[in-house]
Design a protein around this ligand. Structure first.
Ligand code: GLU
Length: 421
């Protein structure tokens, strides 16, 4: 993302705002209301001094943006990445608002980030950085105000440190302050797989409506982490799809006869990546342009742009990542008749089960995995159906429809609550 300044097509905040504007203009929002819904409620920049293992001090930059708390506490993950910027976090926070509204869970939207390449830190440095961030913003966070979760390069381990730090400051254990925790620390059954499971459900629901059989359908998945890896696994094992290409930051692999996903998952977890995977052929071209029926971009933003959108061969794209398609690329894909299941719908399974985790923490009563998965299925199928119906009735893309459904829901709450002062 180094070239963002030179290429505004790659600025995630501009892209998020363009997506919002297109839906908002169809809804004919009052200009003041539109501005209120568009802008973040609050953005925080932190300097985070951390003692490194060699005794030196390094100061990292952290962010937390609360885009909206209209429908409930701000909700959204924390990412650790060397390219994190305030604008990116703002964009991601706004996507969370619309995602929680599409999923119809009682949360607003937020996102956090630390500009760091976590692979360059030791485990104890990473822990001190995570704790510093959690402690420094502990006034902001809380089960009723702002509830973080994992995102790119963070997971259960970081969430456990987060709970511990926050709880020490509060002088009592507060599990509901973050989601995506280890099971032993108040996590929910099914949370780890939830985003990938949601991708699978959204693909199945859309393909059913298109009359596309998933059995034997060829799928390419970009990104083989918590989202891409699980999506590939479930699409293969539960829907009978054929995974013809997979990739991560370490390499891309293809096999037109189908890849053994379980073997790839095992390889990736023991080798910290797909590098050297012998179960398929290393690919030279872009995975996004592979000949397939379904493409799942599950890595980072700005992967499908106006430069490569024309070469995409899939009929359906399910956005496992947040913001993988630029608005210019969207137009090209739409003209080609490709159905894009937008991020705020396709990957909403993660935050939906985060909501279930938060509910279970507050009840102190935990559900078996089949109950979590059943409730997730119910939520996701309803969300797809609401978005599909909006797309049909308004004759718009699934992305515009998802935004329209979401904006309407947030708008209604604004109208009912009224304006304070
Ligand atoms: N980081 C995930 C997302 O982008 C999950 C957020 C959450 O569970 O709060 O949706």
């Amino acid at each position: 993302m180094a070239a963002i300044g030179a290429n505004s097509q790659l600025n995630p905040l501009e892209n998020a705002e363009r997506q919002f504007e297109e839906a908002a203009s169809r809804l004919k929002l009052d200009p003041g209301v539109k501005e209120t819904l568009k802008r973040p409620r609050r953005a925080t920049i932190q300097s985070l001094p951390v003692m490194m293992d060699d005794g030196s001090i390094r100061v990292f930059t952290g962010y937390r943006v609360q885009h909206s708390i209209a429908r409930g506490p701000a909700k959204g993950g924390i990412r650790f990445h060397q390219d994190v910027t305030l604008e990116e976090v703002e964009a991601l926070a706004s996507w969370m608002t619309w995602k929680c509204a599409v999923a119809d869970i009682p949360f607003g939207g937020g996102k956090g980030g630390i500009k760091v390449d976590p692979r360059q830190l030791s485990l104890s440095e990473l822990e001190r950085l995570t704790r510093r961030y959690a402690a420094d913003l502990s006034d902001l966070f809380g089960p009723e105000s702002d509830v973080p979760a994992p995102d790119v390069n963070t997971g259960e381990r970081e969430m456990a440190w987060f709970v511990d730090t926050y709880s020490m400051h509060e002088r009592r254990t507060e599990l509901a302050v973050v989601t995506g925790k280890p099971l032993e620390v108040g996590g929910s059954a099914g949370r780890r797989e939830a985003t990938g499971r949601g991708v699978m459900i959204s693909v199945a629901e859309v393909c059913r409506r298109l009359g596309m059989d998933l059995k034997g359908a060829r799928v390419a998945v970009q990104g083989f982490g918590n989202v891409g890896g699980v999506s590939a696994d479930l699409l293969a094992s539960e829907c009978g799809a054929k995974i013809v290409a997979i990739s991560d930051v370490t390499g891309a692999y293809a096999d037109p006869n189908g890849i053994d996903v379980k073997a790839a998952l095992q390889h990736a977890s023991s080798r910290k990546g797909l590098t050297g995977f012998a179960g398929a052929k290393p690919m030279s071209g872009s995975i996004l342009e592979v000949d397939c029926d379904i493409l799942v971009p599950a890595a980072l933003e700005n992967q499908i742009t106006s430069d490569n959108a024309a070469q995409v061969k899939a009929r359906v794209i399910a956005e496992g990542a947040n913001g993988p398609t630029t608005p210019d690329a969207d137009k090209i894909l739409e003209a080609k008749g490709i159905y894009v299941i937008p991020d705020i719908l396709a990957n909403s399974g993660g935050v939906t089960v985060s909501y279930f985790e938060w509910v279970q923490n507050r009840m102190g009563f935990y559900w078996p995995e089949r109950e979590v998965n059943g409730r997730l299925h119910e939520k996701m199928t309803k969300a797809v159906s609401d978005v599909w119906d909006m797309a049909q009735s308004e004759k718009v893309s699934l992305r515009v429809a998802a935004y329209m459904v979401a904006i309407n829901r947030v708008l209604r709450v604004h109208q009912l609550r009224g304006m304070y002062a």
